[in-house]
Design a protein around this ligand. Structure first.
Ligand code: MG
Length: 344
């Protein structure tokens, strides 16, 4: 049944509506989902599933407006492939194919475009997905910051896992694949507006090889997955708490954060839990699967820093708490506002 109760009342779109935090959720929940999807209630996943007879396929799409176009460890082209591949991967869908749409600004140097197209072709090859089509539009000089890229992805539901936030239980463990904050802080530093220097690289990569291994080792115990992109780990876990009505308890020291990321965050008053990642994922696991899952990931290249960072509890219902070994604890909330615009 299509219901169209629209309660979105923000007078205009602000940068925060694109930050992946509270304002984005309000935009999706109170305007986009009711009118376009005909639903007013969560949860919404990173991909939509369609039943096509014998097979279930997953579809997702993402647009990339990162500024600058290139940064240590990646570029808009690699992000555009990995971002969509990862939304399929964390939906437990095997990534298969991409459509690529470019919005190009008149005046964009041909060599810049060629470099990005090459980067996309290579990233897709490495991720095992085919680029099967797309579209190109050009807008006037000054209207698009060089280029924007949209990728739409198709995957096939992986039978090894049945993800559902409704299956999440108190006592389940929360696994994180590796260091957080590298991407957001790397892009911030690439803008050169800060007199800060750090040896950091974006973590942009396909997480499918790690997810694939996880599903082999612990597929039946995986209840939920998410890639903590915009809004970071905090926003993804707060959404988990809201969607399940359960609580999330984090152990702050177990969350892998590089010293460089922690340092920049301290200087700028940012929380690493709010910083975007482009090559990490989180999984909620039934407790008996946590150790085998962790061992399997840590044995994989790129999974060495994986950690169990906390667990699901009955309370605080709909909330996330982080505790430290000093005995202190703090409330972790979704990202509010947009401290780091256009990082993906
Ligand atoms: Mg995602």
């Amino acid at each position: 049944m299509l219901r169209t109760t629209v309660t979105f009342s923000d007078p205009q779109i602000e940068m925060a509506h694109g930050a992946g935090g509270k304002a984005t959720r309000r935009l999706v929940d109170t305007l986009l989902a009711p009118l376009l999807l005909g639903i007013e209630d969560r949860p919404l996943g990173d991909a939509a599933f369609l039943d096509l007879g014998r097979q279930q396929i997953a579809m997702t799409a993402d647009t990339f407006v990162v500024r600058p176009l290139t940064f240590a460890g990646g570029s808009i082209g690699t992000l555009a492939v990995h971002g969509t591949v990862n939304d399929l991967a964390v939906s437990a869908a095997v990534p298969k194919a991409l459509l690529v749409t470019f919005v190009l600004e008149a005046g964009l140097p041909g060599r810049v475009l060629e470099a990005e197209v090459r980067a996309m072709a290579e990233a897709a090859r490495n991720a095992g997905v085919l680029i099967v089509g797309g579209d190109t539009k050009v807008v006037e000089h000054g209207k698009a910051d060089g280029m924007y890229v949209t990728t739409a992805g198709v995957g096939v539901a992986d039978p090894r896992a049945q993800l559902s936030s409704a299956a999440v239980r108190a006592g389940d463990r929360i696994l994180l694949s590796g260091h957080i904050g590298d991407h957001g802080i790397t892009v911030l530093l690439a803008r050169g507006q800060l007199t800060l220097d750090a040896e950091l690289r974006s973590d942009t990569r396909s997480v499918w090889p790690l997810v694939d291994r996880l599903l082999d080792a612990a597929g039946a115990g995986v209840r939920w997955m998410r890639d903590p992109t915009r809004g970071g780990v905090a926003t993804a876990l707060k959404e988990l708490a809201l969607d399940t009505g359960l609580g999330v308890a984090l152990e702050e020291e177990r969350i892998p954060v590089r010293d460089e990321v922690r340092g920049v965050c301290e200087i700028l008053g940012l929380d690493p839990l709010h910083i975007a990642n482009e090559g990490q994922f989180m999984a909620v696991l039934a407790p008996e699967y946590a150790e085998p899952a962790l061992a399997a990931l840590r044995a994989m290249p790129g999974g060495e820093a994986a950690a169990i960072i906390g667990e699901v509890r009955q309370s605080p219902a709909g909330g996330v708490m982080a505790s430290s070994s000093y005995g202190t604890s703090r409330v972790v909330d979704m990202l509010v506002g947009d401290p780091l615009p256009r990082i993906c």
